[in-house]
Design a protein around this ligand. Sequence first.
Ligand code: HEC
Length: 96
Amino acid sequence: MRTLGVLLIAPFLLASAQALAADGADLYAKSCRRCHGAEGKSDTTMGAKLEIPPVAGQEAASVVEAVKAGGRRHSRPAENLSDEELEAIGTFVEAL
Ligand code: HEC
């Protein structure tokens, strides 16, 4: 019975994890890519100019923290994104 339950629920869990990842990718592209680059290497014009460190692979929680801490460069994303959206972005960045 238990196995059956897990089997029935697994596709839903997978689908929602994918939705979250897709969201994170989309939000990242809109709010972060300009400075941090598609691959999170910060190898952009802005990145070079501001000497931005790469973000790819950083733990989701510290990504969220870095944005929430605000600072001049992050004030706009910090104000415009919900906790949920920031977490989706964090998960995306950690997987880069
Ligand atoms: C306008 C350019 C800009 C945008 C847009 C931007 N950042 Fe940043 N980010 C920076 C700069 C500059 C730094 C370097 C530290 C600082 O000045 O705050 C930084 C630092 C970081 C760091 C810490 C890196 C480290 O190792 O210290 C993380 C994580 C980060 N950004 C994530 C994000 C995420 C996620 C987004 C999108 C929601 C984002 N940033 C949007 C410019 C930007």
